[in-house]
Write a protein that binds this ligand. Structure first.
Ligand SMILES: Nc1ncnc2c1ncn2[C@@H]1O[C@H](COP(=O)(O)OP(=O)(O)O)[C@@H](O)[C@H]1O
Ligand SMILES: [Mg+2]
Length: 369
């Protein structure tokens, strides 16, 4: 009987040992499969380390056993600091994540994302915790580089836009002033000539009349070209007048009815912001003319709370989310870019066969609108 019992006990013991060994093997392979460095600490001393510590820190796992975790940091003060952080947080929370500068065995500094978790329900007296270290130096550098190049692109786009706007303004003024003056002089001369023609010379009178008509048409073209380049109205009379003109021009050109309610004190929107809104408005109208197949457009400009709002909607075929979000939709990208510069937002939505709505919101600084 006793022998039998002894045998059973011994059998269960070896089973237990087997399962413990299996557990150990499982733990070891899990630890080794993790790409982050994993170390176990007791009173800040390393008591286990996985193979990835070698890749992250250049230390062989065995070298680390028994060493203080300070070997991973740049100096004792920083090691103290991060230790304090971890232990105070782990008193009342099971895990803790932070980013901290670390140092490899070869002296190279790296930035690590660290996750620590305590072993057990509460932080034991021996402060048993596990920490994982992920080297995020490259990732951070790439993020910074990306942010930098975005910033550069944005600056370039601001610069190009302002250069283009200045250039257009200059050419528009020159065409308007120089050509305008010469043409007015020609008109006056032709009127003078017409009045002095010998009575009854019909061919000559006809010629002068046709010349006068041609000069009138040229005056109109000059006016249209210079206004398209940069509406002098925008500079002289402000946003509302320029938008009203644009609405009329759009209706005349396309035959699409356009209802505009522009409720914003004229002249109160600062010039650069007025240019932004005007150019955005022009692009939305151009898109409607080119793509929407609409018969009606509604435009609203108004102030709501601390925001200046421009809504343009049409009853056309409706933009698709893919078209609205396509990075190659340069007109729309340009609208977003211009509005972003003012810290504003753009929403573009379309419903098939119902139409497209663009809503632009720009935070107002004091004194505007
Ligand atoms: N009001 C609209 N109604 C329907 N589709 C539109 C409208 N506005 C823009 N789109 C679609 O979105 C695309 C991108 O517009 P945009 O970036 O201005 O480029 P582009 O006008 O040069 O084609 C257009 O090609 C068109 O297919
Ligand atoms: Mg376009």
């Amino acid at each position: 009987m006793n022998r039998e019992r002894a045998e059973t006990i011994s059998k269960s013991r070896s089973k237990l040992i087997e399962s413990l060994q299996e557990l150990d093997a499982l733990k070891a392979s899990i630890l080794d499969a993790i790409p982050q460095a994993v170390v176990g600490l007791q009173n800040r001393q390393i008591n286990f380390a996985n193979t990835a510590v070698e890749e992250v820190f250049g230390w062989h796992p065995e070298e680390l056993i028994g060493k203080s975790v300070t070997v991973f940091y740049r100096n004792d003060e920083e090691a103290e600091e991060i230790g304090r952080h971890f232990y105070t947080t782990l008193e009342h929370q099971r895990t803790f994540v932070s980013e901290f500068p670390c140092r490899r065995k070869d002296g190279r500094d790296i930035l690590c994302r660290m996750r620590s978790s305590r072993i057990g329900e509460r932080l034991s007296k021996e402060k048993r915790i596990v920490i994982t270290y992920e080297d995020i130096t490259e990732q951070r550098r790439a993020e910074e580089e990306l942010a930098n190049s975005r910033e550069q692109l944005r600056n370039l786009s601001i610069y190009l836009q302002s250069v283009r706007e200045k250039e257009s303004t200059r050419i528009a003024r020159e065409i308007h002033d120089e050509l305008g003056q010469s043409l007015t002089a020609l008109q006056m001369d032709l009127a003078w000539l017409g009045a002095r023609l010998p009575a009854g010379d019909l061919p000559l009178a006809g010629k002068v009349q046709r010349m006068a008509a041609l000069v009138d048409a040229t005056v109109d073209s000059v006016h249209r070209i210079s206004t398209e380049l940069r509406p002098i109205l925008l500079d002289d009379l402000g946003l509302i007048a320029a938008m009203e003109w644009q609405v009329q021009e759009f209706e005349g050109r396309t035959g699409v009815q356009c209802k505009a309610r522009l409720n914003c004190k004229d002249g109160s929107v600062e010039k650069d912001l007025a240019t932004t809104l005007f150019r955005v408005f022009q692009e939305t109208l151009t898109n409607i003319a080119r793509h929407a197949e609409a018969t009606m457009v509604k435009v609203r400009l108004f102030q709501k709370g601390e925001e200046l709002c421009l809504d343009v909607s049409d009853n056309g075929k409706g933009i698709t989310p893919e078209q609205a979000g396509d990075p190659k939709s340069f007109g729309i990208v340009g609208i977003r870019e211009r509005v972003n510069l003012w810290g504003g937002s753009v929403s573009i939505t379309g419903k098939p066969q119902k139409g497209t709505a663009i809503k632009v919101r720009i935070p107002i600084r004091r004194g505007e609108c």
